[in-house]
Design a protein around this ligand. Structure first.
Ligand SMILES: N[C@@H](CCC(=O)N[C@@H](CS)C(=O)NCC(=O)O)C(=O)O
Length: 200
């Protein structure tokens, strides 16, 4: 049985979403970073980086949420995963792109609009993050104009990118500048797999 370590209030929710989409049986093993449980000696044997998520499937241990998701999609053999090496490369490309181009800025938006205590929130940080996301989001908007990112169907590439776009859910006016991005995010959150995952 696949074991995903983390909680739904962490990036482990991405892996739970991918597992739900692919219909693979899994267990979510609670490791709560709000309680510093990712630093326990037992968990450090699974992920020496002291971060969640991690995943175990038999003898395989993986960390890095998008690497786990790429594995889950590929392993399932279904539509979410690659059908050939070209699709696989494109899925890796979009996943790395989302991490490198969007994630930090997306988190800045989320922290300074929702997660941080009110007195620590900085509107200028939000402004700067949204400005930094303009260029990559234009790229994404253009790519989505012809449909899903890889292979003409919803894949792990769309799911991984959507995981970061979720950080912008409260920014409707901003997202309206990127209509294909806004539509893709909406469609992703209307999927049964998403609803099953986030109903937990
Ligand atoms: N790039 C990693 C980031 C993992 C990460 O930073 N996880 C956070 C929770 S969402 C964490 O474990 N934070 C605890 C800490 O940094 O001490 C991934 O995508 O898996």
């Amino acid at each position: 049985m696949i074991r995903i370590f983390g909680t739904m209030r962490s990036r482990a929710n991405r892996c739970v979403w991918a597992a739900q989409e692919t219909g693979q049986a899994f267990e979510l093993v609670s490791v709560d970073f709000a309680r510093n449980e990712q630093k326990s000696p037992d968990y450090l044997k699974i992920n020496p980086n002291a971060r969640v998520p991690a995943m175990q499937d038999g003898d395989l241990t993986l960390w890095e949420s998008f690497a786990i998701n790429l594995y889950l999609a590929r392993k399932s053999g279904g539509d979410l995963g690659p059908r050939n090496a070209v699709e696989e490369a494109q899925m890796v490309m979009w996943s790395m792109w989302a991490t490198n181009e969007l994630e930090k800025h997306g988190l800045d938006v989320l922290f300074h609009t929702a997660f941080l205590p009110q007195e620590k929130r900085d509107p200028k940080a939000v402004e700067a993050a949204l400005a930094a996301m303009e260029r990559p989001l234009k790229v994404l908007d253009a790519a989505l104009a012809s449909g899903p990112l890889v292979g003409g169907r919803f894949t792990i590439a769309d799911l991984n990118v959507a995981c970061i776009l979720l950080y912008l859910r409260g920014q409707a006016d901003y997202l309206a500048k990127f209509p294909n991005v806004a539509a893709a995010l909406k469609a992703a959150t209307e999927r049964d797999g998403f609803k099953r995952a986030f109903a937990r």
